[in-house]
Design a binder for this molecule. Structure first.
Ligand SMILES: NC(=O)c1ccc[n+]([C@@H]2O[C@H](COP(=O)([O-])OP(=O)(O)OC[C@H]3O[C@@H](n4cnc5c(N)ncnc54)[C@H](OP(=O)(O)O)[C@@H]3O)[C@@H](O)[C@H]2O)c1
Length: 347
């Protein structure tokens, strides 16, 4: 699912040209068109430039692949240990890896970056290169898709002192690499469990908000975050219902919060990166927005849609957030991270 998004995004990218596609041994040796036959899940057609590429084996052909490319995007469904070994192998072959996988998200010297929120974490790459003994090669990862529906909205509010956050996420089936054809049990259904997702959703924002110290990322200790993550019958787009409590006496007004969202700009906007949304945090005044079908594709699926900001009887305020899980939350976020790595001189 994420790989198909990458292929689609890269077919028209102004800086990057797709030269190699690799997957498991099941696909190796086929043309990309044959390998995805019957499982192309994008609404856009299969790009002409990718159709005839012969799929290589990501593990068996690693040396050959690393020799042909400037860097590599990685999104694979494998055991964590095997992913860690695969990503490190490419880095040691001097091929930078921009990863969508969770395997290296807690490796101390691997930056986990949402480009608008913590671009300064890229500084740990120097320490990582020393550990790996590489000149060019390194691993940089993006965070889990679910946190992108609420962490970006909380980010400009941290300066007020956010004490506690409750977030319930309503996550699309493409987040499990599925479509309705391949997962008919999801039609007219809701599954109140996504393995490992709540732990990631509660912990990962704290790493994104952490600091670089002595070549490591030290996670932040606040705010406290609790979540429930549900799978819902939506093809694309993760929604979050979010409740926020500020430290005693620190709560900003709702107008101030909307203003902080409206004026927030990150490094990608400053650098005018090709995949950066112009307005990263978009607030909808209409009471029935954001909606997954209507709003997930805002600014190429790279903007975060927000709405329904209002007071709450137990927390200070509550709102709804939406982000496209395979664009901002996966391949698009990976492409934006690669653009940032190029612009900042790491690739
Ligand atoms: N879907 C999302 O919204 C999302 C968001 C953020 C992060 N992610 C992460 O991205 C990764 C991929 O997710 P997905 O949804 O794209 O999964 P997916 O649709 O199931 O695709 C998995 C891919 O991994 C390949 N693969 C499996 N075993 C392999 C091996 N031994 N060597 C090389 N390649 C192998 C498969 O190759 P074949 O095609 O040859 O079988 C397939 O192309 C996961 O780590 C997931 O957690 C997904």
């Amino acid at each position: 699912m994420v790989g198909q998004r990458f292929v689609t995004l890269l077919s028209a990218h102004p800086w990057f040209r797709l030269t190699v596609i690799a997957a498991s041994g099941r696909s190796a040796g086929k043309t990309y068109e044959e390998a995805v036959s019957g499982r192309w899940a994008m609404t856009a057609p299969l790009p002409e430039t990718a159709k005839g590429l012969i799929v290589l084996d990501a593990a068996a052909d690693a040396e050959k692949i690393a020799a042909q490319v400037d860097f590599c995007f990685c999104a694979v469904d494998m055991e964590k240990e095997a992913i860690r070994a695969l990503e490190e192998r490419y880095a040691k072959l001097e091929c930078p890896i921009v990863s969508n996988n969770s395997a290296n998200r807690w490796t101390e010297d691997v930056p986990m970056v949402v480009p608008e929120l913590n671009p300064e974490h890229l500084a740990v790459i120097e320490a990582q290169r020393r550990r790996l003994g590489t000149k060019r090669g390194f691993i940089a990862v993006k965070s889990n898709c679910s946190i992108q529906s609420y962490a970006p909205a909380l980010h400009p509010l941290l300066k007020y002192g956010v004490d506690r956050v409750l977030a319930c996420t309503y996550q699309a089936i493409s987040g499990a690499g599925k479509t309705f054809q391949r997962w008919p049990e999801m039609v007219d259904n809701l599954i109140p469990y996504i393995g490992g997702e709540e732990e990631k959703s509660e912990r990962e924002p704290l790493r994104v908000w952490g600091k670089v110290e002595d070549g490591k990322i030290v996670p932040a200790s606040a705010p406290l975050i609790t979540t429930q993550c549900l799978r819902v019958p939506v093809s694309d787009g993760h929604t979050a219902a979010v409740f926020v409590k500020f430290r005693e006496g620190c709560a900003p007004s709702l107008d101030q919060i909307r203003e902080d969202w409206r004026t927030f700009r990150g490094r990608p906007q400053e650098l005018n990166l090709p995949s950066a949304p112009k307005q990263f945090l978009h607030y909808f005044e209409e009471p029935d927005r954001p909606q997954a079908r209507l709003d997930r594709d805002l600014e190429g699926g790279m903007a975060i849609s927000l709405g329904r900001l209002r007071p709450d009887s137990q927390y200070d305020c509550k709102f709804v957030g939406l982000s496209h899980n395979t664009l901002r939350g996966a391949a698009g976020g990976g492409v934006l991270l690669a653009e940032l790595l190029c612009a900042e001189g790491y690739i």
